[in-house]
Design a protein around this ligand. Structure first.
Ligand code: FES
Length: 307
């Protein structure tokens, strides 16, 4: 009979046996191994998920129910539902839900693909130049009111070009382009189009703010492209989809470079590569960004050639 092996740290591996064609979950339950299975094998809860360490070829292919979940959650081929997967030979596995805390976390995951996967995206950081100065000279009500008018204006430009507003940080905003998996060129073009549109929209805001507050807003935008980890994070009472990784840090540093270069929109070479001939650039600057080992070449974005 095929063996199912669960290696354990500091203890001998757990070895179960299963009939050919029986599922991984059936083997666990028959042998009294704790194996979470909140939906009783209906391919709905995903608490029975395992990671295949060796012997992937000795498992049945994903059935329709499992494939549906794996697609939504962007699982790699090694992550399998124990209740749906039949054993055809020896395998080595790890249970991915190993205690009640894991169980609660998995149960509170949405089915919107928030459980952790990689994706190539364009990341934008944008903030308002000298906003602290504005906050010290105006009433709290006016500061929040103006900030919300600002976010409403630039938000339209972002949404119009398929950006996902990841987070607000006071007068700063982080936006991601490409969570819906368009091509690299589409993601990068959308990031540029949104940046230019935001520049137009801030002119509209400035008509209002200069009239009522004698103040003109100026934005700084940093853009970078690369691979990030996408997932929902946070306390179960307030969890949100976000992206993590060095690409995010670099985009933030690029935004900051606008201060010394006196530019408004700066994009990395990586972001411009898929659409380079489409973008009209100004200054070019090669620098070692704070916290980075290698040099980055940045370009001031002026316009799209087609506009
Ligand atoms: S037991 Fe719920 S998906 Fe496998």
């Amino acid at each position: 009979m095929p063996k199912i092996i669960y290696p354990q740290e500091d203890e001998p591996s757990i070895v179960l046996q299963q009939q050919m064609g029986g599922t991984i979950l059936q083997a666990s339950l028959c042998m009294g191994l704790t194996h979470y299975h909140a939906c009783d094998g209906q391919a709905r809860c995903t608490t029975c998920r395992v990671r295949v360490i060796a012997g992937l070829e000795n498992l049945s292919p994903r059935n329709e129910a499992e494939q549906k979940i794996a697609t939504v959650k962007n699982w790699s081929p090694e992550v399998r539902l124990a209740c749906q997967t039949q054993i055809l030979g020896d395998v080595t596995l790890r249970r991915l839900v190993s205690d009640d805390e894991d169980f609660d976390l998995v149960c509170s995951e949405s089915l919107a693909g928030g459980s952790g996967y990689e994706r190539n995206v364009a990341v934008m950081f944008c903030d308002i130049a000298n906003f602290t100065d504005f906050t010290t000279k105006h009433l709290p009500y006016d500061v929040i009111h103006l900030l919300n008018r600002y976010y409403k204006e630039i938000g339209q430009g972002i949404l119009q070009h398929h950006g996902y507003i990841d987070k607000y940080m006071g007068d700063g905003i982080m936006v991601v382009f490409g969570l819906e998996q368009e091509s690299a060129a589409e993601n990068c073009r959308n990031a540029i189009l949104a940046s230019l549109e935001m520049g137009e929209r801030i002119k509209v805001l400035n008509k209002y703010s200069s009239k009522h507050f004698f103040h003109d807003f100026q934005m700084r935008i940093g853009l970078h492209y690369g691979t990030v980890i996408v997932g929902e994070i946070g306390h179960p009472s307030k969890r949100q989809l976000t992206v993590l990784g060095d690409v995010v840090n670099i985009a933030s540093r690029i935004e900051n470079e606008n201060k010394s270069l006196k530019t408004t929109i700066l994009a990395s070479q990586e972001l411009l590569a898929p659409i380079k001939n489409e973008v009209r650039c100004g200054k070019q600057h090669t620098t070692q960004l704070r916290g980075q080992q290698r040099q980055h070449t940045l370009y001031e974005v002026l316009a799209l050639n087609s506009r």
